[in-house]
Design a protein around this ligand. Structure first.
Ligand code: ZN
Length: 341
């Protein structure tokens, strides 16, 4: 399946609706948000093209693509509903068809436990919950780092433009894609589990850019994918009618005692365990932070409902994710692997 022409079907019958990437990028350009759109070049950019639903058809485990014909898919379409479009893309020599289906999401049941949880994201553990649970998370980058370094080295030694270089490049890209997949899977499992169990989720608005700049922390933090964590949590909670409350960047979740509210002046990152000087309660750094985030989420939702907003007695600094009570039709993107060599 390696020889799919990337431009198959993309030049003819270009859809003219506003959702098409070209329409979108021009709109962004005229709005002053982006530069003038550039044409893509096969092999130089992210190779992908989009088909509207009149240009392709899906039949259990096959997809019919213009100029290519019928291509077997690795799995069948998991969602039923009106098929709107398909984007065929290439990642590390694997081809994917991402099929947009107009589905009714109201079948997603609300969270099992209607309670509140605080989630503290960390470096040593992916997440610590206010219930005391610790989610270690996958750290694929660390485990596969030596192999990544070896492949990168091997690539850099190959002559520019040679077949061996192309081969080495493919190998490296495959490893990168594998790492990304392991990371994606771990994050999806965590965010699905959290939103399935809890209605209200308190998280911290992490200054990821600032943290990644810190060289000692950068690798571990990028490995965890904080941005992606928040994005997934928000859309998944939204589907189940849950709420994600994001505490502001300067909310002192770690330094505040969750038992009495005492705020410490300083708490170095190396201190994992501390005793409150005021009430004497012994805290695990991360669990304490998670409990504070849970309390914050409670105080936020209480004040949003017209209560006095007790809790930690502070006004929320960050706008929480909007609560959507009613379900309308959502688009589910199903990514189906259509080939692997
Ligand atoms: Zn205390």
């Amino acid at each position: 399946m390696r020889a799919i022409p990337v431009d198959a079907g993309s030049h003819q019958k270009r859809p003219t609706n506003g959702d098409h990437p070209t329409g979108r990028s021009l709109k962004n350009f005229f709005a002053g948000h982006a530069k003038y759109p550039q044409f893509k070049k096969k092999g130089k950019s992210h190779d992908s093209f989009t088909l509207t639903n009149d240009q392709f058809s899906v039949d259990t485990s096959r997809i019919r693509i213009p100029h290519l014909g019928s291509v077997r898919m690795r799995e069948t379409l998991r969602f039923s509903g009106k098929i709107l479009s398909a984007t065929v893309s290439r990642t590390a020599d694997q081809w994917f068809a991402s099929i947009t289906v107009d589905t009714d999401s109201s079948h997603v049941p609300p969270a099992e436990n209607q309670g509140v949880v605080g989630v503290d994201l960390g470096v040593s553990a992916l997440a610590t919950l206010s219930t005391g649970e610790v989610v270690t998370g996958a750290k694929p980058y660390k485990a596969l780092l030596s192999r990544l370094q070896r492949l990168s080295r091997s690539l850099s030694r190959k002559v520019n433009g040679s077949t061996n270089r192309a081969k080495a490049k493919r190998k490296l890209a495959k490893l990168h894609a594998r790492i990304a997949n392991i990371r994606k899977n771990a994050l999806h499992q965590l965010t699905t589990d959290l939103t399935r169990r809890f209605h209200t989720l308190g998280i911290e608005d992490l200054n990821v850019f600032g943290m990644v700049k810190n060289r000692h922390l950068s690798r571990a933090i990028s490995d965890m994918g904080f941005f992606e964590f928040r994005r997934q949590l928000e859309y998944k909670a939204d589907r189940r009618g849950g709420v994600v409350v994001v505490a502001g960047r300067f909310f002192a979740s770690s330094k505040t005692c969750s038992a009495c509210g005492e705020k410490l002046e300083k708490l170095p990152l190396s201190v994992r365990q501390w005793d409150c000087p005021t009430c004497g309660v012994s805290h695990d750094r991360d669990v304490n932070a998670a409990i504070n985030l849970a309390n914050y989420a409670v105080s936020y939702t209480v004040s949003a409902c017209g209560g006095d907003g007790s809790g930690l007695g502070r006004k929320p600094k960050a706008k929480p994710a909007p609560v959507k009570q009613e379900f309308d039709c959502k688009f589910d993107d199903v990514q189906v692997c259509i080939s692997s060599k």
